[in-house]
Design a protein around this ligand. Structure first.
Ligand code: PXG
Length: 466
């Protein structure tokens, strides 16, 4: 690839002077200099120093078809030449919006036949918050306003979506959560299950929802929102008992169920949607990320017939975004879906790359630092621990080991993300078995180096139990 940029140090200096990064300690980064990514193809990133880096995070859990597909470039050029922008307000529509909405209705399970478009997962979840309240008002139940989410859930970074999420470190900044949002605990057996069996723990955590609904009064609760599998929270695969019980509780108490499929959608779990893999029947589904594989920003709320009909019959819904169903984004989402279908990528996850990665990933449990290695489809996590038998946390601050491991991965030209002392992965779905071998080899080297450093620094000590 030809070099068409300033030298790395100059780019880093300009970045430090003018670019504020999301979720970043700005002063710390500015001292060190950001890594500059200049290109990407398939599962490989290239940086400004010419390193080739294996991206086991698919960008930010989103590049499902891999980077740099020329068909996507062609689709973008065709759409810009045809119609570069028009809106969908004021009784107009356009071909990419219609075609994509119909395609999503075909792909989505059950009667999720209606798309309300946004530009991101955060925006789509803000839509959901307003939409469920509007829905219950239209149904003659205006007091049903509270939305229940989960501690350590992630639904985005706007005021509404961050409130629905349960990231306390986010709530601490900016006066969150907003009113009429409540939270229950997450189904993280490894960290919080104590002596209970995983299935009992799953039921107990689901029943927190019932207790919360009863405490608040079902007449005051609009909806429950959750990720089928928590992503940013650390790839927490819930015990098998969890989702059926959540489903029962929502049904019995007349609460809408919102499945946030921003990460789990578009093949990541080996089916088109995580709700199919985990047998969830949501009233609303949030989608984004893999919807366009990150080639352009787009998100949506997919609504059941009942929810959409109720909203449609309730007069004007005073809500919408300028770029909703942007023709370029919609065209790229359509081309992305065509590639997922024509290349049988969901089948590749279910029957080829997924099982292969599962075998190699779960074998990491034999590493002295690894206390848990779980994976579903192309979402995996390992928990590092100083003592496997007792599922102990480190005595050092949570995230110390994770940060060291992430830095070792970077040094070994591998992107894995750390969530506290968990390492998480979400590779492009097109990863081949050879690339999985390369990935695992680099992951093991990084874990070995992390282990050596933790030992050398006296950090392999367990925190006191409880
Ligand atoms: N829901 C879920 C389940 C997500 O994972 C969002 C909503 C918000 O989407 P937008 O498009 O507004 O970012 C997300 C986003 C990380 C990380 O490091 C994860 C996300 C975003 C940024 C960083 O894990 N997920």
């Amino acid at each position: 690839m030809f070099e068409n940029h300033l030298p790395t140090a100059e780019l880093q200096a300009l970045d430090a002077a003018h670019h504020m990064h999301p979720f970043t300690d700005g002063a710390g980064l500015n001292k060190k200099g950001a890594r500059v990514i200049t290109g990407a193809s398939g599962v490989w990133l290239t940086d400004s120093d010419g390193n080739r880096i294996l991206d086991a995070m698919a960008g930010l859990w989103c590049v499902n078809i891999g980077y740099g597909r020329p068909e996507m470039a062609d689709a973008a050029a065709r759409q810009i030449n045809q119609l570069s922008f028009y809106n969908t307000f004021f009784q107009t529509t356009h071909v990419p919006a219609v075609t994509l909405a119909a395609k999503l209705a075909e792909l989505a399970p059950y009667d999720l036949n209606h798309a309300f478009f946004a530009n991101s997962g955060s925006e789509a979840n803000d839509t959901n918050l307003r939409l469920v309240r509007h829905y219950w008002k239209a149904k003659g139940k205006p007091t049903k306003r509270i939305v229940i989410g989960r501690w350590n859930g992630y639904h985005g970074s706007t005021m509404g979506s961050a409130s629905l999420g349960g990231m306390k470190f986010m709530h601490e900044q900016g006066g969150l959560p907003i009113p009429d949002v409540a939270h229950i605990d997450q189904p993280d057996w490894w960290m919080q299950g104590g002596d209970s069996a995983p299935d009992d723990f799953g039921l107990a955590r689901a029943r927190q929802l019932e207790a919360k609904i009863i405490a608040l009064g079902a007449d005051n609760v609009a909806a429950f929102i959750a990720e089928p599998i928590q992503g940013s929270g650390g790839v927490i695969v819930p015990p098998a008992t969890y989702w059926p019980e959540i489903q029962r509780i929502c049904r019995e108490h007349n609460i809408l169920l919102i499945a946030d499929e921003v990460i789990t959608g578009f093949g990541r779990t080996g089916r088109w949607f995580g709700s199919e893999t985990l047998d969830i029947r949501p009233d609303i589904m949030t989608i984004a990320k893999g919807m366009s594989s990150g080639y352009a920003p787009i998100g949506a709320s997919l609504l059941s017939d009942d929810v959409a009909d109720t909203i449609n019959d309730a007069g004007e819904f005073n809500h919408g975004y300028t770029y909703a169903a942007h023709p370029l984004s919609a065209a790229l989402a359509l081309e992305n879906i065509r590639i997922l279908e024509d290349d049988d990528i969901v089948d590749h996850v279910a029957n080829v790359a997924g099982p292969y990665l599962k075998e190699k990933w779960e074998a990491l449990i034999d590493h002295p630092l690894v206390g848990d290695a779980s994976i579903l489809g192309m979402m995996g996590s390992i928990r590092m621990t100083p003592d496997k038998a007792s599922r102990a946390k480190f005595k050092a601050d949570e995230g110390t080991a994770g940060y060291i491991c992430r830095e070792r991965c970077f040094a070994n030209n591998l992107v894995m993300r750390h969530v506290g002392d968990r390492m998480v992965i979400s590779p492009p779905l097109v990863i081949t078995t050879d690339e999985i071998d390369m990935f695992i080899a680099r992951a093991i080297t990084s874990l070995d180096e992390t282990h050596a450093k933790l030992k050398a620094d006296g950090l392999m000590e367990a925190a006191p139990a409880g």
